[in-house]
Design a protein around this ligand. Structure first.
Ligand code: BGC
Length: 468
């Protein structure tokens, strides 16, 4: 055996080099370009294709009211806890905690209940869409209404959604249907939700039923809304049902959702070969902050995983890509009790923030649109982009600037077919409850769910008008 004897001097040098390397990798920040601001511009300078889809969106559980799915059950069990944790979670990050404190600390805030009453008021809401000048509406069909028990279908609910679709068509508004937007019947959860292969079968059967019932009037179908986010909140962080924290189980879930997408794609096309079937992804524009080698690598890895994992696995079964983008992400490795933790945090110094503390970076959407175009070359729809702003001070600029960046991406070759603002109405923001107000239309929860079009929606209307 050969033995090496290292002298004390050499040992010291090695230790010094390792220590320096450790400091560089974990602590030395590299200079970072500031996130570029969108320049001033005239509304009429924005150019969009003639048949562009100008939309707004909702998800059944967030607006309909009286839904009975796995989240409805979870809300009632967790409302007290969510209310008692609100101050610790939000007081530091939201710009005006005093304005939301009463709502955020009230357990009722977390229970969907009648929500925005969209189930009953859909015709009024469609009339308001017309008033804003929209020609597209993205919404989800609540699986637990259509199939409340395994293999038992509710004809009355099938007719309800038919009426919504027909009313939209009558008003010249293109329906964009989401088949699964985070919710499913309780029996699906009882059988192990997306860990179970039975769920793939059941989901494809549900998708087939929708295509058979509504295919004549619907062209655009979204199989899954943000499947990766379901992994993150349901199987990694475990903050929403099924509240699991296991990477192995998360991997099984995403493989099953990918398979369900591919099979639903084929099933819908077998019924209607002209349909456009896609999924939507919660896309990230991420940076390390501070931008050390480690933080930058974490940001890049998570950005790639969120943006492309599902799409890479399903690209042969995708007619269009749904991009959802709200705000940039800042990642850092945090040393603490669990030794190391990855934190995605809000930049407290940002000048403009939403009521939830989210930053504004419109050029992020340009980056996503051009990268998605270069990677897949398929049509793209911005299926969500929005801003929680109860005072409506910043929403108009938010929309304008994101549309400026969208028009820029189009002029550089990206095939963007539409823009869906999220949401049409104020809604229940999942585990945050009702206090974040994203709506183009304000809902007064204390006055019979009265609807009022916000001034920012009028600016959106003007952009639509000028583009035609
Ligand atoms: C979800 C919406 C949600 C929005 C704002 C998206 O992740 O699809 O349901 O309201 O983000 O947080």
């Amino acid at each position: 055996m050969v033995r090496f004897h290292l002298g004390t001097k050499v040992m010291k040098k090695i230790i010094f080099c390792l220590l320096t390397l450790f400091l560089i990798v974990f602590f030395l920040p590299f200079p970072q370009q500031r996130r570029a601001a969108t320049p001033d511009f005239e509304l009429r300078s924005l150019k969009f294709p003639k048949d562009f889809l100008w939309g707004a969106g909702t998800a059944a559980h967030q607006v309909e009211g009286n839904t009975k799915n796995q989240i409805t059950q979870w809300e009632t069990q967790n409302a007290e806890r969510l209310a008692s944790e609100a101050a610790a979670k939000f007081a530091k990050i939201v710009p005006d905690w005093d304005a939301i404190k009463t709502e955020a600390t009230d357990p009722q805030n977390y229970i969907s209940g009648q929500a925005a009453g969209h189930y009953e008021h859909y015709a009024q809401d469609i009339a308001l869409m017309r008033e804003i000048g929209l020609n597209a509406y993205r919404f989800s069909i609540e699986w637990s209404r259509i199939e409340p028990e395994d293999d038992k279908f509710d004809g009355h609910e099938i007719e309800h959604y038919r009426s919504v679709i027909l009313e939209l068509k009558k008003q010249g508004i293109e329906p964009i249907i989401t088949i699964w937007h985070r919710t499913q019947p309780e029996w699906v959860n009882d059988q192990g939700e997306w860990e179970s292969e039975e769920t793939i079968e059941d989901y494809v059967q549900f998708a087939e039923l929708l295509a058979r019932e509504y295919g004549n009037d619907v062209e655009y179908w979204i199989t899954f809304n943000e499947p990766i986010l379901h992994l993150v909140v349901g199987y990694i962080l475990g903050v929403l049902p099924p509240e699991v924290k296991s990477l192995t189980r998360a991997n099984r879930v995403i493989a099953n959702m990918e398979e369900a997408h591919r099979r639903a794609y084929k099933a819908i096309h077998n019924i209607d070969s002209d349909s456009m079937v896609g999924s939507t992804q919660a896309m990230q524009v991420a940076e390390g902050s501070p931008n050390t080698i480690t933080n930058a690598a974490i940001a890049k890895y998570l950005e790639n995983y969120s943006n492309w994992k599902f799409l890479d696995a399903t690209k042969a079964h995708t007619d269009f890509i749904g991009i959802q983008y709200y705000a940039p992400s800042n990642y850092r490795l945090k040393w603490g009790r669990g030794i190391a933790d990855i934190e995605n945090f809000h930049d407290l110094e940002a000048q403009i923030k939403s009521d939830m503390g989210w930053e504004v970076y419109p050029a992020g959407i340009y980056k996503l649109l051009t990268e998605t175009h270069q990677r897949y070359g398929k049509p793209i729809i911005i299926t969500e982009n929005g801003f929680a702003d109860r005072s409506d001070k910043f929403r108009a600029d938010y929309i304008k600037n994101h549309l400026y960046e969208t028009a820029r991406a189009i002029s550089n070759g990206a095939h963007v077919r539409g823009y869906v603002y999220w949401g049409l109405l104020d809604f229940l923001e999942w585990d945050k409850g009702f206090w974040p107000r994203f709506g183009l239309i304000e809902v007064d929860y204390n006055d019979n769910l009265k609807r009022t079009i916000r001034p920012s929606a009028r600016v959106y209307k003007e952009i639509i008008r000028q583009s035609q």
